[in-house]
Unconditional design. Structure first.
Ligand SMILES: NC(=O)c1ccc[n+]([C@@H]2O[C@H](COP(=O)([O-])OP(=O)(O)OC[C@H]3O[C@@H](n4cnc5c(N)ncnc54)[C@H](O)[C@@H]3O)[C@@H](O)[C@H]2O)c1
Length: 201
């Protein structure tokens, strides 16, 4: 029931035909209650595993902090529940692979990640212009990710890679249709206490 969770809840309640917002779960009960009341959810909970296991829950949106995504996605797969999980799937590639292997063993696609740029018309038009030869062959893709302010007070340079850059990782794959060979990351030193920009090649 944080920033993203409240937004997802509103969308499910107001814009998804056929969907019913059954349950808002947050370890902060007050937040869960606030969002549930604002969006007309039937019930609230504070334990995510209990919430995922409930019989009156068919599908799950995970919008809790990054480190919870892989274990909660695994819990959804174990319960046979489809899940829209916010990016990143994990901050560790080993955990990401573990979730993917669990899903493959289960034999169906259960997990979709919150990579919404693929559904953004500008990105779709850019991909189309490349695919139909209108722009010629792509030689380089140059991406910037700017936030007006850092999303959390404890945001680190490493989080620029594990939290923000997954959007670039996804959209480069989507637009160019290629896989990465390697990625190098650089971060200059700043003279003040703020997080310096991270440059990835
Ligand atoms: N797709 C996007 O563009 C996009 C944009 C912003 C954030 N995100 C992702 O969304 C996720 C949430 O970000 P946010 O900005 O909404 O954070 P937030 O801090 O506003 O909300 C997180 C919520 O999770 C709750 N919580 C914490 N640990 C929990 C646990 N173990 N079980 C249940 N609830 C728990 C907190 O009480 C809080 O209400 C992050 O993983 C972030 O990377 C995605």
């Amino acid at each position: 029931a944080g920033l993203m969770g409240a937004d997802h809840a509103k969308i499910v309640a107001e814009e998804l035909p056929g969907a019913k917002l059954q349950l808002i779960c947050d370890m902060d009960q007050q937040r869960a209650r606030l969002v549930a009341d604002a969006c007309g959810a039937v019930d609230i909970a504070t334990d995510p595993n209990g919430a995922i296991a409930r019989h009156d829950v068919d599908a799950v949106i995970i919008a809790s902090p990054d480190f919870t995504h892989a274990p909660l996605s695994m819990a959804c797969i174990a319960m046979g529940k489809r899940v829209l999980c916010e990016k990143p799937l994990s901050q560790s590639s080993a955990d990401c692979i573990a979730v993917m292997e669990t899903e493959q063993k289960a034999g169906a696609k259960f997990v979709q990640l919150g990579f919404m740029r693929r559904y953004d018309r500008s990105y779709q038009e850019m991909k189309q212009a490349l695919d139909n030869g209108h722009l010629g062959r792509a030689l380089m893709m140059h991406n910037f990710h700017r936030n007006v302010e850092t999303p959390a007070a404890d945001f680190t340079g490493a989080m620029a890679i594990t939290n923000s850059a997954p959007h670039e990782f996804d959209v480069v794959r989507y637009v160019l249709g290629t896989e990465y060979a390697s990625i190098s990351a650089f971060q200059p030193r700043r003279s003040d206490a703020r997080v310096a920009p991270v440059v990835m090649v």
